[in-house]
Design a protein around this ligand. Structure first.
Ligand SMILES: O=C(O)CCC(=O)C(=O)O
Length: 426
């Protein structure tokens, strides 16, 4: 098969370049811990914000009222990307919205088996990492017709959610293209994203992941190490977004736990005694309609829910245009990113371990470095005491060991850029 090469197209060239965007009138957008300047178009936004607020008020308790993510014009959107702040652009993402329904996808994806997440219907939590004692569910390979039939069956015991690569590295590694001719052609509709990525210096694209479901599913709160542009093709999705600065209010699983990029808090039924900082969480919300594009910066925590229309179980498809993950790993790189808490958290943990384990011969400079990182973390988290910080680093928050050692179990993971479990059977 010919390699799938995707070249930038000129759709964005019609729009003003970034330098123009920066000249637009500016206003302040409140974001926890900092003020970010963005340009604005007041009239449209006022309407959008009102509907967003009504929605918010229905879904969240008084103490968890998210701010809406700004819905921007093209230039403002680029400005937000440039500042690495989440933002929504309406009406850009999808020329294919009308035709990507279950019937069309079934025709175009009939030649292969595809990776589908499968969880008990009563919880519908697709946390992408499964195993005994970790999370109920699994990842299974099935044909598209089987997936469509099962996910639409009212009496099914399970919920189904497909997550497959549409372009990028996983397909190139595969060496063949499992999509039908028309769906290959559809990739042209998304090529303008390359221009967006280049303008905002988002880095190298790794893959596009296609998420397909019938609605009602929940992807629990987690963060990714990749910059992400989400395009809603059909149906509607709600994103709850939490800045990296709030990491410790969402209580990540302890480092090295299979779910260590996930929050331990059940957002629907938070245990506020155990997770008391959750009650002070500052978060944002975005609702994506077909054609909507969300910029989700790396390290931002997100919980995603799909809307469901009982009368009309249409397909909900979302394309996640995902850039190379941050695997730098180098200490210097990590320290440079000290405001991106999850990675600093690992660094602090590592340095603490070093300092503790090699008490005799740990070079003083390394110990000082550990203390500096810990100090900065405590500061960023709003002035935690050294004891509280130590508790978090050790995964013993709320005064009790949160996890017994992970049980001997096979862990099925389908998270982040790892699409390795997906194989065609033809
Ligand atoms: O759309 C979803 O349900 C999940 C998307 C997501 O969490 C991601 O792309 O990281």
């Amino acid at each position: 098969m010919a390699a799938i090469t995707l070249r930038p197209v000129s759709r964005c060239a019609e729009h003003a370049p970034m330098s123009e965007a920066r000249k637009a009138p500016m206003r302040s957008f409140r974001c926890p811990g900092r003020a970010v300047l963005v340009a604005s178009s007041f009239v449209v936004k006022a309407v959008l914000r009102t509907s967003c607020r009504r929605f918010v008020a229905r879904r969240f308790p008084e103490w968890l009222q998210p701010e809406p993510v700004p819905v921007e014009s093209w230039n403002e959107f680029l400005g937000q990307l440039h500042d690495r702040q989440p933002s929504v652009l309406k009406g850009y993402g999808s020329d294919v919205a009308e035709k990507w329904n279950f019937e069309y996808l079934e025709r175009q994806m009939s030649g292969s088996n595809w990776r589908v997440h499968l969880v008990p219907k009563e919880n519908q939590r697709f946390q992408r990492v499964y195993g005994q004692g970790i999370g109920e569910g699994l990842v299974s390979l099935m044909s598209f017709p089987e997936f469509a039939k099962k996910s639409l069956a009212a009496d099914s015991q399970h919920s189904y959610y497909m997550q497959v690569p549409y372009t990028g590295r996983p397909l190139q590694e595969l060496g063949e293209d499992p999509y039908g001719a028309e769906m290959r052609q559809d990739r042209e509709s998304f090529q303008w994203l390359w221009d967006v990525a280049a303008k905002a210096a988002l880095g190298e694209l790794d893959n596009n992941q296609l998420w397909i479901g019938r609605g009602g599913n929940l992807t629990p709160c987690h963060y990714d190490k990749a910059e992400n542009l989400h395009i809603q093709i059909s149906g509607r999705k709600h994103f709850l977004l939490i800045p990296p600065e709030e990491t410790f209010a969402v209580y990540p699983y302890p480092i090295h736990h299979p779910l260590d990029s996930f929050s331990m808090v059940d957002f629907d039924r938070p245990d506020l005694q155990r997770f008391d900082r959750f009650a002070r969480l500052q978060c944002f919300e975005a609702t994506l309609e077909p054609g909507g594009l969300l910029y989700l910066p790396k390290y931002w925590w997100h919980q995603v829910t799909q809307s469901i229309f009982q009368q009309n179980p249409r397909c909900r498809a979302l394309l996640a245009h995902r850039f190379l993950e941050d695997f730098t790993g180098g200490l210097v790189e990590r320290l440079r990113e000290v405001s991106a808490l999850p990675s600093s958290f690992s660094t602090a943990r590592l340095l603490t371990e070093l300092a503790d384990d090699w008490a005799e011969d740990t070079p003083p400079a390394l110990r000082r470095l550990g203390d500096t990182v810990k100090g900065r973390l405590a500061e960023l988290m709003g002035g935690l005491s050294p004891e509280e910080l130590q508790e978090l680093l050790e995964g013993t928050c709320a005064g009790q060991r949160l996890f017994a050692p992970v049980p001997e179990t096979e862990v099925t993971t389908a998270s982040q850029g790892d699409l390795g479990g997906w194989l065609p059977t033809q």
